[in-house]
Design a protein around this ligand. Structure first.
Ligand SMILES: *Cc1c(COP(=O)(O)O)cnc(C)c1O
Length: 360
């Protein structure tokens, strides 16, 4: 077997121990004589898997009791609609911070349901910065405030949590959930597609404060109502059972690493050494403001774009893959989620130095 260091932005690399455990349990989960994929979601074996996953996530993130954790399908992209459908109530406007390609999509979808007030718009900076906290002024009549704490494509991450007072704060944490400790009580809704830092694609986690459930627009489909899923422990219909199980293995792995406190330290170290290598070099550069560089997604460009293809080819030959930057940004992007070992980041840095020395 030969595994590469896979820097994909998502679906992304998973912890080797988790894959090995899944492999060992593949054909016969804990003496049940069947794979988790083949189990009824209503049987006691699967119920125990589902409950353990939720309990471990609650422990990891210290999720307060007055929050529900939903295990849904539809990706983060469905939440772009479910958030307004569930949170608008009688209100007609919502505040959005537009800081990258993902928040832009959230805004576009939100506009189908309400008037949107852009509290911040960093388009002119090509999304390489975030607004100063002091520059944010929220509307009084907004049903909620939506933002994207980590913009996966350009690699820009908020260094603060906006203070929205009594207005619920909604965060698309698809690419930075579980990367560090956060105070869940500051949020009304946190949602994340699983395929970056949680597990395989097909699962979407929604953490929602209980008082925000039960106000969905009744004209909308039953499946779009948080209450449907909250009332049925995310088993109103068949949930993405295998992805949920895999997410559970990842949550247990995170706890084994020492929880988010320990993971946060490793993530900070990984990011800092990669940015330091980029900044030290005159061949590589990263355009994002230093105070809001993402710990998870690190784009960098080569001084000579003609060398991009050679860089990617030689990196792959060295077991470092999926480094091509997003088509809208060009250059390279290394996504270094929790499951990317520090040794993978070290190997990338070493390769970058060697490439610069021989080609740069
Ligand atoms: C990947 C990503 C999405 C899209 O997630 P899907 O699950 O594919 O819908 C949305 N927001 C952010 C921040 C992402 O990184």
């Amino acid at each position: 077997m030969s595994r590469v260091y896979n820097f994909s932005a998502g679906p992304a690399t998973l912890p080797l121990e988790v894959l090995e455990q899944a492999q060992a349990e593949m054909l016969d989960w804990h003496g049940s004589g069947m794979s988790v994929m083949e189990m009824s979601h209503r049987g006691k074996d699967y119920m125990s898997i589902a409950a353990k996953a939720e309990a471990d996530l609650r422990e990891l993130m210290s999720i307060p009791e007055n929050y529900k954790v939903l295990f849904l399908q539809g990706g983060a992209s469905s939440q772009f609609a479910m958030v307004p459908i569930n949170l608008l109530g009688e209100k007609k406007t919502a505040d959005y911070l537009l800081t990258g390609q993902w928040s832009k999509k959230a805004v576009a979808e939100g506009k189908r349901y309400c008037d949107i007030n852009l509290v911040a718009d960093t388009t002119d900076s090509k999304f390489t910065t975030v607004p100063a906290e002091s520059a944010l002024s929220f509307s009084k009549d907004a049903a909620y405030v939506h933002y994207t704490p980590n913009e996966t494509i350009v690699g820009v991450e908020f260094p603060y949590i906006p203070d929205t007072g009594d207005v619920p704060l909604v965060a698309d944490m698809s690419s930075n959930i579980l990367s560090r400790r956060i105070d869940v009580s500051k949020f009304g809704v946190i949602y994340a597609g699983a395929q970056k830092n949680i597990g395989p694609a097909g699962l979407t986690i929604v953490i929602v404060r209980e008082d925000l459930i039960g106000n969905a627009n009744p004209a909308m489909p039953t499946m779009m109502d948080y209450k449907t899923h909250a009332d049925n422990d995310s088993m109103y219909n068949t949930p993405p059972t295998y992805s949920w199980y895999m997410a559970g293995l990842v949550f247990a792995w995170c706890l084994k690493q020492g929880g988010l406190e320990a993971i946060e330290k490793i993530n900070q170290r990984k990011a800092e050494k990669l940015y330091a290598a980029i900044d030290e070099s005159s061949f590589y550069s990263n355009p994002v403001d230093v105070n809001c560089r993402s710990w998870m997604n690190v784009p960098f460009i080569l001084a000579n774009a003609d060398l991009d293809a050679a860089f990617l080819e030689q990196a792959a030959a060295n077991g470092l893959t999926t480094l091509k930057g997003h088509r809208s940004v060009g250059g390279m992007r290394a996504s270094i989620y929790n499951a990317m070992p520090e040794a993978g980041v070290d190997a990338l840095i070493e390769f970058m130095r060697e490439f610069e020395r021989t080609k740069g």
